[in-house]
Design a protein around this ligand. Sequence first.
Ligand SMILES: Cc1ncc(COP(=O)(O)O)c(C=O)c1O
Length: 373
Amino acid sequence: MRREVADAMAEAAAQVNGNPSSIHRSGRRARRILDDARDDVADVLGVDASMVVFTSGGTEADDLAVNGVASRRAGRVLCSAVEHHAVLEPTRHLGGETIGVDSTGLLSLEDTERRLAEALDEGIALVSVMTVNNENGVRQPVEDVVSLVRAMSPGTPVHTDAVQAAGWIDLRGLASVVDLMTISGHKLGGPVGVGALVVRDRGVLTPRLLGGGQESELRSGTQNVVGAVGLARALVLTAAERDLVAAEVATRRDRFVRGVTAGVPDVIEPARPDRGSAAPVVGGIAQLCFRGIESEAMLFLLDEAGVEASAGSACAAGALEPSHVLAAMGVPDEFARGALRVSVGRETTDAEVDFAVGVVVDVVQRLRGARAA
Ligand SMILES: Cc1ncc(COP(=O)(O)O)c(C=O)c1O
């Protein structure tokens, strides 16, 4: 968490001792602080404050979007095959369908058109396509999806999970065309456990949490005022420095990818196969796949050497399952099993990148040596 965010939250915590729904003085003070946070979030996203619904994080906001719309509108739910599980699982649960991506992870607009056409008879409840993928950083053509949906199925709401985008992209343009947008605090240097769903027209969804009717009846439960302050501050700080930081971080990500790919053979960056710019990718994420090694062993050795990374795949029953994102991209299993996802942040230095390159190269060589022996 950013220090300024922690400070803002500590300050808010010292002031908030009332329930923002109470009419006494402490309650009104809490309400004012909550409203200010809502205004800040709305400002950064370029939307009306009345459209911002605070939630307990990205997962809840995604769930409210998918299940909330599906319980109000009849028809099929469609989402991209590379969504975060927070969208994918509710979509699957509802018997929805996924739209394919190409080998670089970019949503196929042809497949989108085909799926929309196939679902027209039954009707389409919702289309959900993430703004930026959490495993490979690919920026999806959500604006084009909105145009297709408006042309082919007018009235069908479009949701975008922008959890991984808010740190890198000015979302004002996109927020003005989609119907629903998810953000989350902890991808921005904000706190975990707080997020928001931007809702253009509340008439498209039914609330999931019923109770006291908070958040304009869309999300009952006493609001997490201090968390909302943290989310708002993180978003404001991120927006102020975004362009500069995004460019610097992208340079460091590329330095990492160049270093590793120069250091060991048989490694691919699936989103950018020629190390060029096949798919538009945001700065903070590098996804590499090493042939013939297992992610789990790699992550263990990296951690021991001081490099904390992930495989970008779900941990099910103690075993790492190959990523559904890499599967959707058609990455061969021998590479997908050796996936590595590294995040580069605004505080990452060149020296840290070079250290990580050295460790990754060493670990991959050791694992391959052990296999050969
Ligand atoms: C793209 C995406 N959507 C949703 C989530 C879930 O957000 P939260 O952890 O705030 O529930 C994440 C978290 O990593 C994410 O990367």
